[in-house]
Ligand binder design. Structure first.
Ligand code: PLP
Length: 419
């Protein structure tokens, strides 16, 4: 397999993944902060002219990672009281945090609002009234962003949160009726708007078209509300390659394509002091992580070689194809360690996990050097929506460890299993 899939030298990567497996056991996730830094620099070099960057904690809430991000990213977006606690434990200033989510409850809103949350991203009138009551109780005024759900999302996103009936945000069709009611609440102050309508797109034209929809909505709504916003959040939708043949996004191409629209938008007097924010998760961390599992057993079954591993769907639901994928497709993966003598024939093999269900499958007919007991397999794009987006308790196998490779060190950053 060529080095095209790896941002770092293949042999160096494999040495570190093998060392992590030896020292911390398998299954595990290994996250490389150097790779995240490179991705962040690319984002800043191309889109940083217009946007500050907000990291969506849901994509990877590992505490060591959140701590590492503290002085490097501009904002965090959280989606639960639990994520607020994690961000505080990682030392994040609450004023730099926004809070999204369609079903926020009193028990999580109160501590966030009471501890200086930057912006509450309101998704409904119900939530606005609840937040207003809490803020009144605490004797404060809470800054809020209004999450708007556009009536259109271009084709080309892996998951779509608007443009059809959806639980998220205020439908643009209802904005004229709902927003004045929120604006009238005395303990909330509307300081901007937020849209996140599609994720995981590898199509630059769809991403740019989507942002144009945001710009149009922001322009119109701010005029109607006579709002000169402090902040406008653009849910990025920037996707990452998961499957063989997927091409990574060309950020420079996106910047060249959307730049004139963003320049024209920012030139409008109303937006001269507005901070535009790009909210994203997987783009930053996804390709910087690997899921590593060890082959426990080999079965030759009716002509197919099956490598049965110590981690599967229970640790990496997404790679098993059961996390929002319509048709199951293999993730990019490789066998760790060069076949020194090149003696192992490449062949198509199935790769399964330890669970007693046929959906516990990490790969179907994957072409790899012949796998044997004890071999290590690295599944790529493991830095986002990994352990915390998997049914870790199903069949009660050991939890995967999490390892952060940072500043030349390899540290045990396992959160899972702790509160
Ligand atoms: C409100 C919101 N923000 C950010 C994200 C992060 O998306 P991604 O990891 O695709 O960048 C999501 C994903 O569902 C989301 O719903």
């Amino acid at each position: 397999m060529s080095a095209a899939w790896a941002d770092m030298d293949e042999a160096a990567l494999d040495r570190q993944l093998a060392e992590a497996a030896d020292r911390f056991g398998t299954p595990n996730y290994v996250y490389f902060t150097d790779q995240i830094e490179t991705r962040l620099n690319d984002l800043r070099d191309t889109l940083g002219r217009w946007f500050a960057i907000s990291y969506a904690v849901k994509s990877n809430p590992n505490p060591a990672l959140l701590g590492w991000m503290r002085d490097r990213l501009d904002y965090l977006d959280i989606s639960s009281g639990g994520e607020f606690t994690l961000s505080q434990q990682a030392g994040w200033n609450p004023a730099l945090i926004s809070f999204t989510g369609p079903a926020k409850r009193e028990f999580e809103l109160r501590p966030a609002i009471g501890n200086g949350l930057g912006e509450l991203v309101l998704e409904s009138l119900r939530e606005a009234k609840l937040a207003d009551a809490i803020a009144a109780d605490l004797g404060i005024t809470q800054p809020v962003l209004l999450r708007i759900a556009p009536d259109r999302v271009p084709r080309g996103f892996g998951d779509q949160m608007a443009g059809r009936p959806s639980a998220f945000g205020i439908d643009i069709e209802d904005a004229a009726e709902i927003i004045p009611q929120i604006a009238a609440l005395p303990h909330l102050r509307i300081i901007g708007l937020h849209i996140y309508s599609g994720t995981q797109s590898l199509k630059p034209e769809a991403i740019c078209e989507n942002w144009r929809i945001f710009i149009e909505i922001y322009r119109t709504l701010c005029d109607e509300l006579d709002l000169s916003p402090q902040k406008l959040v653009f849910g990025s939708g920037l996707g990452i390659p998961y499957h063989p043949g997927d091409a990574p996004l060309d950020l420079e191409g996106i910047a060249a394509e959307i730049g004139p629209d963003l320049d024209a938008f920012r030139a409008l007097p109303r937006f001269s002091k507005t901070r535009l924010v790009l909210e994203l998760g997987r783009f930053l961390v996804g390709p910087a992580g690997y899921f590593v599992t060890r082959v426990v057993s080999i079965k030759q079954s009716r002509g197919t070689r099956i490598a049965i591993c110590d981690g599967g769907l229970n640790n990496n639901l997404a790679a098993s194809g059961n996390f929002g994928m319509v048709i199951r497709r293999n993730y990019v993966m490789h066998r760790i360690g060069k076949d020194q003598n090149a003696s192992l024939p490449e062949e198509k093999q199935d790769i399964t996990g330890p669970l007693c269900t046929s959906i516990d499958r990490l790969g179907s007919a994957v072409t790899l050097p012949q796998l044997n007991e004890g071999d290590l397999i690295a599944v790529h794009a493991g830095g986002a929506y990994g352990p915390t987006a998997s049914p870790l308790y199903f069949i009660s196998h050991p939890m995967p460890s999490e390892i952060l490779v940072t500043g030349g060190q390899m540290i045990d950053a396992t959160r899972i299993g702790e509160s």
